[in-house]
Design a protein around this ligand. Structure first.
Ligand SMILES: [Zn+2]
Length: 491
């Protein structure tokens, strides 16, 4: 059996999404062979699609067939799969229906991702698209294809509609013929090199035209369980610092990289006043996002996954639209963090809201309720007594601390590999778009882009308008005037 050494994490992710037992999942995976079939003379987009598809599939499926006439490419893809899961079974062929066809490869009923300029596509008959190289749309096409394959394998989904989506304005075709231009993203604070951050850096590392300076901020090291969905990691990276991993990935670009192995809070403490104009954030906690907005950068880009959803958002504080803090406002609508935490931990909503807003420590009664809901002994949760709700939610539910809660699938919200990958790629695309006036002019006005259920086909409408939340800092005249003064925005 060639299950990944990080199978516990794979089960954690799938168990939560599919309510499947560990044994059934093991059996289901044993029967599945997935494939990457490359056509002759692949273009640059095809190669990137093949790379990310292989990368994501190797994190889940124990058996994969990688084939094609380009022996060098096939050998490189096989090497990548083995580096991610040294126990993976490389087999000769896969059924057409569980195969991803790259470029002009053909197979009846397979999945055909492609990219052209800013447009990512997934078709269901062979349909080659030539067009300008773009690692963002190529990465998105790969993640969408892996999501499609996942639904086929585990949800027995019927034939799905074709998808064509522009990462500029989320219509079907904008920017399909637009080449990447030389551009300067300036100074960027990149906070969080987790699963979403990894995928963003995967795409940025293949864009050889952008210049600028990126500060990578993350306090953690790679753990074995991270391999379940971190696109930059291989088995040999366990124990390495996440910011150094990011720095290595970006070494072939024109970007200048600074690394800070610390949390955002520690970074701010040591650096003092921050005047880096752009923040890109994908940390696992609400506080970090709210603080990042409160520091008033000129532009904030956010990437996230939650339950079965994923998304990105962009925020200019003086614009009449939701700021980042609005999205994570304690009384915000939709899948607010409080609701997610309350649901995942089994706490009554009003109690969770109070704990969240007041940052009151968890009482022993709270711990009792949470332990009961998670199906673990109270003693297991003792380390979180007198800590905040945010802490226990991040650590236990978002998975920073390994805790054996398997068997109670309902609380698991570990994202799937393709889910995190797409969130990160969309986040990287926002960074590039919003820092180039020509691209910004072609881009969607809505602050929020989301796919709310990755177990269903991608949405027809990705952009979500969001108004400011009442009581948020963006409605405060003092914050607004500080922002305008800081960045020279006229009143
Ligand atoms: Zn706001």
């Amino acid at each position: 059996m060639a299950l990944a050494p990080f199978f516990e994490r794979v089960y954690g992710a799938l168990g939560g999404h599919l309510s499947i037992s560990r044994q059934s999942l093991t059996l289901a995976l044993a029967k599945v062979v997935v494939g990457i079939r490359c056509g002759p003379n692949p273009n640059e987009n095809d190669i990137w699609i093949a790379e990310l598809s292989t990368n994501l599939l190797a994190r889940l499926y124990p058996k994969i067939a990688i084939s094609g006439p380009d022996e060098k490419l096939v050998a490189e893809l096989c090497k990548l799969a083995l580096e991610i899961n040294p126990k993976i079974g490389l087999v000769k062929s896969s059924p057409d229906s569980t195969t991803i066809c790259i470029g002009s490869a053909i197979a009846e009923g397979a999945i055909f991702p492609s990219a052209s300029g800013w447009v990512a596509r997934v078709n269901h008959i062979s349909s080659q698209h030539d067009g300008p190289s773009n690692p963002y749309s190529a990465g998105a096409a790969a993640a969408l294809a892996c999501a499609d394959l996942f639904r086929r394998v585990f949800l027995k989904s019927e034939a799905e509609r074709d998808v064509s989506v522009s990462l500029l304005n989320y219509d079907e075709s904008t920017g399909a013929n637009l080449k990447l231009a030389d551009s300067d993203i300036g100074n960027v604070l990149f906070v969080g090199v987790g699963a979403v951050g990894n995928a963003a850096l995967w795409a940025l590392s293949r864009d050889t035209q952008i210049q600028g300076r990126l500060w990578l901020v993350d306090g953690e090291e790679v753990t074995l369980s991270n391999l379940q969905r971190y696109a930059l990691t291989t088995f040999a990276d366990v124990g390495r610092s996440k910011v150094l991993l990011g720095q290595v990935a970006l070494s072939e670009t024109k970007l200048t990289i600074e690394t800070m192995q610390s949390t955002l809070e520690q970074f701010v403490e040591t650096q003092g006043a921050i005047d880096i104009p752009v923040t890109v954030i994908s940390v696992d906690n609400v506080e970090g996002r709210r603080s990042a907005q409160a520091m008033l950068p000129r532009l904030v880009i956010n990437g996230w996954t939650g339950d079965q959803a994923l998304g990105t958002s962009w925020h200019i504080f003086s614009r009449d639209a939701a700021c980042l803090a609005c999205l994570y406002h304690p009384h915000g609508q939709g899948t607010s963090a409080v609701e997610q935490a309350a649901k995942a931990l089994g706490l009554p909503h009003d109690r969770a809201a109070l704990l969240w807003v007041s940052r009151q420590p968890l009482s022993s009664d709270d711990i009792k309720i949470v332990a009961n809901s998670l199906g673990v002994k109270e003693s297991v949760l003792k380390p979180w007594l007198n800590k905040s709700l945010g802490d226990i939610y991040t650590d236990v539910v978002c998975g920073a601390v390994p805790l054996d809660v398997t068997g109670v699938g309902k609380v698991e919200t570990v994202p799937l590999a393709h889910q995190s990958a797409l969130a990160g790629i969309l986040m990287a695309a926002e960074l590039v778009k919003r820092t180039q006036p020509k691209l910004a002019a072609l881009s969607q006005p809505e602050p929020l882009i989301s796919w709310d259920d990755v177990l269903r086909p991608p949405p027809l409408i990705w952009g979500k308008p969001r108004a400011r939340e009442k009581g948020c800092i963006c409605g405060d005249p003092d914050y607004q005037s500080a922002y305008r003064k800081k960045w020279g925005v006229p009143d």
